[in-house]
Ligand binder design. Structure first.
Ligand SMILES: [Zn+2]
Length: 439
């Protein structure tokens, strides 16, 4: 086939296709009008199905016209790079928002036999999916398990198996850098940066594994008036992954930098770092946020008091149990950690059988004494609880990952967590639609 006759032939083809589409709409309208028995539901289904099929035909027609043109400029081989000549037109199977289409595009070939389709390269296709379909695949897979996501897509006329979803979502996540997508933000007056980390568990083929979660946020300080100051959080950014502390630390730090944490002089701004007792968390704080105010999550410290009480009081001794916690928590509340430790040690003299465990608990409090200055922290209006990170563990990881029968492999869980963080960081559109106004 020589190209001039082909292009004439092709344009006739398109006109024919277009005429057929118009005829189909006409016929549908006629059919619906003639049949008096059709209910609203019947008409709705007839119109919906007919137009879905028309969308697909129309899109294929429009795309074929564009894809079927030869390149106007000389084409270089992307592999060698020798000049290429057009070889033949081949169908490209594509899954689109309007269904599957197979436009025919030119395949070019160089003298070394390397073949490529320049039209396809220009479209930046994600395998056989359009950009919109790839976005929908990732969006639904971030929220739902792959089977549910596959069913939802099917309702939208997009047929992708759950295994295919899994593979694609993992593959496309490799180039995704969540922290690159967030916008830097300035601190307003009296605001502070907060950094917080925690671990939570998800199942894998080799048992339960820790997923690390971190978040960066700012506060809305409220005036302190005697009682507990109410502090609100603003623009929380998340990072999460099943990885070691060193790799995670780098990611968290990069997210913090991108968020704007060190855009001002490092010594003039307040950074508050909240964590539980885990050693990796404080090592990470020391490495990346050395000037941060370090705070042990208050409810976490209280839970240690309850662990102590469980060691020494019987289940029937509810009153004693509660009285001891109440009394000791007052010391903790005031930041009087020496008193907390001596209350624990006082129990050890009455309960020598658990004295080792009690000593360990007393040392836990002493070790973190500077991080438990609750009174001083409250007076400065700092948050002392890690509610934000706890809730992050729930909604970034918990709602998608540790569900029944899910056994995550590392690449799979990290892929889903990346997409979830992208979405929770409100950076989804920046990544998928960087050139649109809203992004
Ligand atoms: Zn070549």
């Amino acid at each position: 086939m020589s190209s001039p006759s082909l292009s004439v032939h092709e344009s006739n083809d398109c006109e024919d296709d277009f005429r057929k589409i118009v005829e189909e709409v006409n016929d549908l309208y006629g059919d619906i009008n003639v049949d008096e028995s059709l209910s609203l539901d019947d008409v709705e289904v007839r119109v919906f199905e007919a137009f879905r099929s028309l969308e697909q035909k129309f899109l294929e027609m429009c795309v074929s016209k564009k894809a079927g043109k030869k390149e106007s400029e000389p084409v270089e081989c992307p592999e060698c790079p020798a000049p290429c000549r057009p070889l033949r037109k081949r169908a490209k199977h594509l899954t689109t928002l309007c269904g599957k289409i197979s436009p025919r595009r030119w395949v070019y070939c160089c003298e070394h036999g390397h073949r490529h389709a320049p039209w396809e390269v220009k479209q930046k296709l994600s395998d056989q999916y359009t950009h919109r379909v790839a976005e929908a695949m990732c969006r639904l897979s971030a929220r739902l398990d792959y089977r549910e996501a596959s069913e939802e897509l099917s309702h939208q006329g997009i047929e992708v198996s759950h295994t295919r979803l899994h593979q694609s979502v993992c593959k496309w996540s490799e180039d995704l850098d969540v922290r690159e997508q967030v916008e830097a933000q300035e601190l307003k007056e009296n605001q502070r940066w907060y950094v917080s980390c925690d671990g939570c568990h998800t199942n894998s083929p080799d048992g339960w594994k820790e997923v690390k979660v971190g978040c960066i946020y700012r506060d809305y300080p409220q005036p302190v008036s005697g009682g507990t100051p109410s502090v609100r959080t603003e623009s929380i950014r998340y990072v999460a992954g099943r990885q070691n502390a060193a790799a995670f630390g780098k990611k968290l730090y990069a997210l913090a930098l991108k968020s704007g944490i060190y855009q001002k002089d490092i010594n003039t701004q307040v950074i508050v770092f909240i964590g539980d007792g885990a050693a990796w968390i404080w090592n990470l704080c020391k490495e990346y946020f050395p000037n941060a105010v370090q705070i042990v999550d208050y409810p976490h410290a209280v839970s240690h008091l309850s662990d102590v009480a469980k060691l020494v009081f019987e289940e029937t001794e509810t009153e004693l149990f509660e009285a001891w916690i109440k009394e000791t928590e007052c010391f903790l509340h005031d930041g009087n950690i020496a008193e907390v430790a001596s209350s624990i040690r006082a129990l050890a003299t009455q309960h020598p059988e658990v004295s080792e465990s009690l000593e360990r608990e007393a040392r836990y409090f002493e070790k973190h004494a500077n991080r438990m200055q609750s009174k001083a922290f409250r007076e400065k209006g700092y948050m002392i609880g890690s509610g934000v990170i706890e809730s992050a563990c729930k909604h970034v990881v918990g709602e998608r990952c540790p569900q029944a029968a899910m056994r995550w492999k590392k690449p799979g869980i990290n892929a889903v967590l990346k997409w979830r963080c992208l979405s929770k960081n409100k950076a989804w559109d920046r990544y998928w639609y960087p050139n649109t106004k809203a992004a």
